[in-house]
Ligand binder design. Structure first.
Ligand code: ADP
Ligand code: NI
Length: 221
């Protein structure tokens, strides 16, 4: 027999899933429903290992891209959308504050991103970062580059970890370059021990991938 609170939480998670599926139905910039599904699954797996609040992790993971500026008039409008959804769905005030804190910290891009202050926030951030690396991360990178009209690779572009807006506009942004700019840095940004373990495996895979990529790029046969 389930306790009423657990039942209520399950209903909230189901409603959140429906809300997210609907909102991201026409989203093709890398934040489609399948991205959300993978991040939510990974967040739950890390949450179990780290003995965190599963409900908050799952709810924040489901909603983490709803406030994205690309989908909303502004970041503030996006966050307001999430807040009203939480209020209309009777999420308790304490969990509402917690989920809002996680989502606002995650959607704050720009330099010097604020650090996650709770374990649950650290877990959802790790799960989102894990989806940007490994086999899936590579696939998303090439899909993104294709959508933007970037090249796969340009051997004249010196790999570096930062790129100025001017370099980016001058066509130096390539799919392979994005590995140096972002993907290879993520392993060291993991918050949780289990997230780091998962990231290490995916990181090794990316290094092997790049090695093979360059070998084929330069093959004379
Ligand atoms: P996030 O999931 O962190 O919100 P973004 O919205 O920045 O990521 O990007 C979505 C996906 O596209 C990610 O997998 C990311 O690595 C990839 N991506 C972002 N910018 C570029 C780029 N300039 N070139 C190639 N891939 C990119
Ligand atoms: Ni995401």
């Amino acid at each position: 027999e389930q306790r009423p609170k657990q039942k209520a939480n399950e209903a909230i998670l189901l409603a959140a899933e429906q809300f997210v599926r609907q909102t991201l139905e026409r989203e093709y910039t890398g934040h489609d429903w399948q991205h959300i599904r993978r991040v939510t699954q990974t967040a739950k797996a890390i949450a179990r290992e780290e003995q965190a609040n599963l409900f908050v992790c799952e709810l924040a993971a489901l909603l983490h891209d709803i406030a994205d500026a690309k989908l909303n008039a502004s970041e503030a409008a996006g966050l307001q959308k999430v807040r009203s959804w939480l209020e209309h769905n009777n999420v308790n005030p304490q969990d509402t504050v917690h989920v809002m804190e996680i989502i606002s910290t995650m959607s704050f891009k720009g330099g010097g991103g604020k650090a996650m202050s709770t374990l649950e926030g650290q877990i959802v951030q790790d799960a989102d970062r894990l989806d940007a690396i490994g086999a899936i991360g590579i696939a998303r990178t090439f899909a993104y580059a294709g959508a933007k009209g970037h090249l796969l690779h340009d051997p004249n572009v010196r790999p570096r970890t930062e790129m100025t807006e001017a370099e980016y506009r001058s066509g130096e942004a390539t799919a392979v370059h994005h590995f140096y700019e972002k993907l290879l840095k993520l392993k060291d940004l993991m918050n949780t021990a289990y997230g780091k373990k998962l990231a290490d495996t995916r990181h090794q895979f990316m290094l092997a991938y790049l090695e093979q990529f360059y070998a084929e790029w330069d093959s004379q046969c």
